[in-house]
Design a protein around this ligand. Sequence first.
Ligand code: ZN
Ligand code: ZN
Length: 242
Amino acid sequence: MLRTAPARPSLPQQCEVCRRWGDAGVCGECVGRYAAPRPRCATCGLGTGFALPRCGACLHDPPPFERTVCFADYTFPWDHLITAFKFNGRAELAVPMAELLVSAVRACTKLENRPRPDTVLPVPMAPGRLRERGYNQAWELARRVARRLALPADATLLQRPLDTAHQSALSRRERQHNLRTAFMADPRRRAELQGRRIALVDDVMTTGATVHEAAAVLRRAGAAAVEVWVLARTPDEPATPS
Ligand SMILES: [Zn+2]
Ligand SMILES: [Zn+2]
């Protein structure tokens, strides 16, 4: 069952960060203070000294996605909000978070003048994890973002049939190995991916291994291009996985 609350833009709302009342789930002042635009690699979204189409890592080993849109770095207060969203059952936080992601997608699209994606897909969650949590946070974001951008969204075209170990407990190498067989395109619906441009949505991009594998599966299944839309990007790979 999805535990979600409808957006009510006409009613006053309390900012989820500073608790002041206003007309948005996260106020403009908090966005300005904690999510000021910073130069990034356009391909992987990593913060860089100056804006680049491709950072060194993306030049050396081009990922299977064309670009990454991210709203902010995975730092305060976004890390707290995302933790509440994922682990404390606050599914209704998808409403303000989707608005923030929409604003980031619109800002990037205006700058880059790219073709719109054909379909928005969430990074899928394995069945056991989905049962535990009751909702896939990526789908909660993806379907709202898609609706705001008047794009179709699909919860099941990309699948994650097996429950694997928690990614957060693994090193980068272990994550990659673990993910290699994690995703598959619905075998009965592969025709729907042929030549399509896909926007792949997730809440957080850490090392990028998850979206890397999911995008590779989509490309192998026939997608023409994949771009990644995430709310938050870990600024640098942590020295020790936690
Ligand atoms: Zn605020
Ligand atoms: Zn990069």
